[in-house]
Design a protein around this ligand. Structure first.
Ligand code: SAM
Length: 276
């Protein structure tokens, strides 16, 4: 028996209902990472993340809630109505069978994926930029955005094979800062190093090369406009990227540890090289 729902809400009883296909198998990372960009959508999980996404001007495709939460946020229902987005309501068991997890955050939204801005626009006036080369872990991508927002980085660029900043886990780990820090893809890469240089940025590769400049040294006189390039989790930066950068920077390591996690390395470098 469907509960008494506010106007504009649609009760869903079948987890295979085609109208809620945007929410199918959200825990299947391999499937979702292909399907979401292909369908031009991304998922905003939790009220807080959803409000941040809407605040950044992103638009709703639909909302999914369990009955308990329907009366909680009347303004979100109004926004959905204004944007012509359906509000689906399902019993907790149906929502779980549909998405693959318990909807304990009350609401999840399918959002229209925004068109990425042009590189030149993202870099306009930027003094600190980070480039993520082929970083594969969504947690790391989200964590880099969070540090970027907190530590004065003006823009994030992701290479064609880098994990999606709008993937559910990246968004969550970033605490919504993927909606705040301007970002886009830089393609092709590493040819893009030349483009960055042409736009007036000094390109610094963060790598463990013996002949690299120590971060403490660069911190004394950092270039006015700097792009820091960080590499993938396993292999680090490609030799081509390191070879084409203006300089290579190393964070000195101790304690028998050879490298930092990429997100940790980014936070250290952002802090040391923040514009003052
Ligand atoms: C986990 S590390 C990759 C380690 C890889 N074995 C290597 O040799 O680069 C991922 C990325 O974090 C950055 N990184 C980690 N530790 C660093 C350090 N001590 N100095 C400079 N960059 C570092 C680099 O950009 C690196 O590509």
């Amino acid at each position: 028996m469907p509960p008494d729902l506010p106007d504009g809400c649609t009760w869903v009883e079948d987890p295979r209902d085609e109208r809620v296909r945007d929410y199918f198998s959200l825990t299947d990372v391999a499937l979702r990472r292909l399907l979401e960009p292909e369908r031009g959508l991304y998922m905003a999980e939790s009220e807080k993340v959803l409000r941040r996404a809407l605040g950044a001007g992103h638009r709703l495709r639909s909302l999914l809630m369990t009955p308990r939460w329907v009366q909680e946020w009347p303004d979100l229902l109004r926004t959905a109505q204004e944007q012509g987005a359906p509000v689906f309501v399902a019993a907790p068991g149906v929502a779980e069978a549909l998405t693959g997890f318990h909807l304990h955050r009350g609401v999840i939204a399918a959002m229209h994926r925004p068109v990425l801005p042009r590189l030149e626009r993202v870099l306009e006036g930027a003094r600190r930029v980070v480039v993520l080369e082929d970083v594969v872990d969504h947690t790391n991508v989200g964590a880099v955005f969070r540090s970027a927002a907190a530590l004065g980085v003006d823009a994030v660029l992701v290479t064609p094979r880098c994990a999606d900043p709008l993937y559910r886990r990246s968004v969550r780990v970033s605490m919504g800062t993927v909606f705040q820090v301007p970002w886009t893809r830089i393609d092709p890469w590493p040819d893009g190093v030349e483009v960055l240089r042409g736009l007036g940025l000094t390109v610094a590769a963060l790598a463990l090369s013996e002949d690299a400049v120590c971060l403490d040294q660069l911190e004394q006189h950092p270039p006015e406009r700097l792009a820091l390039v960080l590499g993938t989790e396993g292999d680090g930066l490609s030799a081509r990227t390191v070879g084409s950068a203006d300089l290579v920077v190393r964070i000195p390591m101790g304690g028998g540890v050879d490298s930092l996690n990429v997100a940790a390395a980014s936070a250290v470098a952002f802090w040391a090289l923040r514009p003052r």
